[in-house]
Design a protein. Structure first.
Length: 206
C-alpha cells in the first residue's frame, strides 16, 4: 500500500529507516512519528550518536573487533589469556560469547565464513591477519567458534588444514550447540558450557 506522506521530509526519513534490516516501511513510519513526538534533543542525540559512530568507530588492528581506539579493550586487557584465540565469524559473536562470562582469552573476527555459493572464499576473510598473529608466537590454542552449519564446518576445516601444528592446540565448541545452529540463536548457558567444555577439532576422513 502506497502512502501519501504529505511531507517530503517525512517520506525521506521513512525511506532511510526502512533501509535497516528487518524494518519495513510501516515500522519505519512508526519510528519516525515516534521521534517527532519526542523532544528535539532526543532526535538530535540519536542523530549525533549515529554520526559519531560512522566517523569515529575503528577496527581493532589486532583482532578486527570494533573499537573506540586503534586497539580494542579486550586486546589491551593484560588480565586476559592472550595465548588462546577464539575465532569467530562476526563482531556480534564476540558480544554473545562475552555475555556468557566463561571465556577469558582473546578473539579474532574473520568477517564472514567460506561460502562458495555466496562467492566468499578464504581471501575475503581476515585469515592472513590471523596467520600473522600466530606466526608472532605465543599462541597455544585456537578455538574455532563458528556456527554449526555446513559453511561453518567448511571454514573450520580450512583453518585446521592451514594452521594445524604440533605446538598449536585446535579446539571447537562442544556440540551443546546443535548442528545447523548459528551462535546468534544459541542461549547463553548452552554457549557458555560449549566454550568451557570445548573439544579437540578432529578431521574425519571421508
Amino acid at each position: 500500500m502506497n502512502l501519501n506522506y504529505h511531507s517530503k521530509l517525512l517520506e525521506a526519513a521513512v525511506a532511510e529507516f526502512s533501509r535497516l534490516p528487518g524494518i519495513g516501511r510501516k515500522t519505519a513510519l512508526r519510528l519516525v512519528l515516534h521521534l517527532l513526538r519526542q523532544e528535539k534533543e532526543t532526535a538530535e542525540a540519536l542523530g549525533n550518536s549515529i554520526i559519531r559512530l560512522c566517523n569515529e568507530v575503528k577496527q581493532c588492528n589486532i583482532c578486527m573487533n570494533i573499537s573506540d581506539s586503534d586497539t580494542c579493550h579486550i586486546c589491551n586487557d593484560s588480565s586476559r589469556d592472550h595465548s588462546i584465540i577464539c575465532v569467530v565469524e562476526s563482531i556480534k559473536d564476540i558480544l554473545i560469547i562475552e555475555n556468557t562470562q566463561q571465556f577469558r582469552g582473546v578473539y579474532h573476527v574473520l568477517g564472514g565464513i567460506i561460502s562458495p555459493m555466496d562467492g566468499i572464499g578464504p581471501g575475503d576473510l581476515t585469515i592472513t591477519a590471523l596467520e600473522k598473529r600466530i606466526k608472532q608466537g605465543g599462541v597455544k590454542e585456537l578455538i574455532l567458534a563458528l556456527s554449526a552449519t555446513m559453511e561453518g564446518d567448511t571454514t573450520n576445516f580450512y583453518l585446521y588444514r592451514k594452521f594445524h601444528a604440533p605446538d598449536l592446540f585446535m579446539t571447537t565448541l562442544a556440540r551443546g550447540v546443535s548442528v545447523g545452529d548459528e551462535l546468534e540463536y544459541t542461549d547463553e548457558i548452552t554457549l557458555g558450557r560449549s566454550i568451557v567444555n570445548r573439544i579437540p577439532f578432529e578431521v574425519k576422513e571421508q
